[in-house]
Write a protein that binds this ligand. Structure first.
Ligand SMILES: NC(=O)c1ccc[n+]([C@@H]2O[C@H](COP(=O)([O-])OP(=O)(O)OC[C@H]3O[C@@H](n4cnc5c(N)ncnc54)[C@H](OP(=O)(O)O)[C@@H]3O)[C@@H](O)[C@H]2O)c1
Length: 429
């Protein structure tokens, strides 16, 4: 182990960046390989903006690319965010200058991971991103390092704390999505523009990264099927609960014979399942391997201190010269995984209809499903005071997604069906 000191440049001084500066200043003895870590340059948009950490004594760079290239920086930490723009330019500049890079940026890694891995490999430097998935909870190291002796088959979990908070609050407080989202924004759990979170894209970035690590392939964000929580209604949360389920935004990646299927969907999870128990802003993840079976991880997925701890763990890897290929294989061998054939996916499903209160509707729905070969597992009809019609909910036995989608399309065209049917998967247990 080398006892050299490391000069660190930190670009981005928001939640995570100032969290990291605080971490390093409170731990002057942070020296995983004997040498010290010293911040020798910082960059953000505004030099004068008040921050929870005093940066007046740290060398300032207006341009994060200049910081990445500075002779005073040995290790570059990117905490700006965004898949392109200054974050990408600065990371590329650091790698080209032969400097190790640590980032928390899931969008950057999910969308440009393969080309950045090639750049890192060409310059023989590490590119690390533990904080990009599950914040402080070590999902990346678990998949990339600890479970590398197994052949992983699937990963599924809750990877977005904002969505989990929103769904938990909708259920516990009986409140509508918009109402809880506004509160999440007030509390700082949700961004002013919440699209990345509530639209499911943030979770999709994270599961794309885990899929690449788990299955040794290039991240393929474009192949992820993405659905957010913005369409989840309180009515569905109540109905699901009556049936013994809780709705969670589940990100999943599965290796099959056809290829790899990656998606993010609101999903019904049995109430006693560990993923249903992870409430508030928690993140939780199942990783399944052929030898080990299932491993369950749960913890903080965001926040200054937990996320900074994950960034510090990557800095420690650089300082101890820990080295692995970015995505399990040499970059030249990485190919994007072949997306699995979704039409062959077999799922159990939840279907909620809002229908006119008239005779024969239930029979028509049951008949359409039976004709299509969809077998009903349970059925619930419950008058709801503030609903426009009568909600009918049913769950199905396992059925191909393509068959189910076709049957639901036919049901949607029935004159007694008031609004577009709501279809959600039921989690595999
Ligand atoms: N927040 C979390 O809990 C969390 C958890 C896991 C991963 N992450 C990831 O960590 C990264 C940072 O997140 P964050 O929450 O800390 O973001 P943030 O609070 O919005 O901070 C972003 C920082 O980037 C700076 N910045 C923006 N444009 C810049 C530019 N052109 N040049 C230099 N600096 C620029 C901003 O400068 P100003 O301050 O001057 O505006 C700000 O300091 C993101 O990739 C995010 O996805 C965050």
């Amino acid at each position: 182990m080398s006892a050299r000191d490391w000069r660190i440049g930190v670009a981005g001084l928001g939640t995570v960046g100032t969290g990291l500066l605080t971490f390093l200043s409170e731990r002057p003895h942070f020296a995983p390989a004997g040498g010290k870590a010293r911040v020798t340059g910082v960059s953000a948009r505004s030099r004068t903006r008040p921050r929870p950490f005093d940066i007046s004594n740290l060398p300032w760079f207006d341009d994060p690319v200049a910081l990445a290239q500075s002779d005073e920086v040995d290790l570059f930490v990117e905490l700006i965010g965004g898949s392109d723009g200054p974050a990408k330019a600065a990371v590329e500049a650091a790698l080209r200058a032969g400097k190790p890079v640590v980032t928390a940026n899931k969008a950057l890694i999910a969308e440009h991971g393969a080309e950045l891995a090639a750049l890192a490999e060409a310059h023989e430097v590490p590119l690390l991103f533990e904080a990009a998935v599950m914040g402080g909870t070590p999902a990346v190291k678990m998949v990339r390092e600890a479970m590398v002796g197994d052949d992983l088959t699937s990963i599924a979990g809750i990877l977005n704390g904002t969505c989990n908070f929103i769904l938990s609050e909708m259920e516990s407080g009986g409140r509508a999505f918009e109402d809880v989202l506004a509160e999440a924004q007030r509390l700082g759990y949700a961004e002013a523009d919440p699209t990345m979170d509530v639209g499911g894209f943030d979770a999709a970035h994270k599961i794309t990264i885990l899929a690449a690590l788990a299955f040794g392939c290039a991240p393929n964000f474009a192949a992820a099927e993405v659905e957010g929580v913005d369409q989840v209604e309180l009515l569905d949360i109540r109905m699901a609960k009556d049936l013994g389920y809780r709705i969670k935004l589940i990100a999943s990646a599965e290796r099959g014979e056809q290829g790899v299927t990656v998606g993010v969907h609101p999903t019904l999870v049995p109430l006693n399942h560990p993923l249903a128990q992870a409430g508030g802003a928690l993140n939780a993840l199942f990783i399944e391997g052929e030898r080990l079976g299932r491993v369950f991880l749960q913890g903080a997925g965001a926040g200054a201190a937990p996320t900074a701890a994950a960034v510090a763990a990557d800095i420690a890897d650089v300082m101890t010269c820990a080295s692995r290929p970015v995505f399990q294989k040499p970059a030249g061998e990485l190919v994007r995984f072949r997306p699995g054939d979704r039409s062959r996916n077999v799922v159990r499903a939840y279907l909620r209809l809002l229908v006119k209160d008239e005779p024969g509707v239930i029979a028509a729905v049951s008949e359409t499903l039976a004709e299509a070969g969809v077998s009903i597992e349970s059925f619930l009809q419950k008058p709801v005071e503030d609903a426009q019609g009568v909600p009918i909910v049913l769950t199905t036995h396992a059925v191909s997604e393509a068959v189910l989608a076709a049957a639901v399309e036919r049901i949607a065209g029935h004159p007694a069906v008031i609004e577009q049917p709501r279809l959600m998967r039921i989690a595999r247990t």
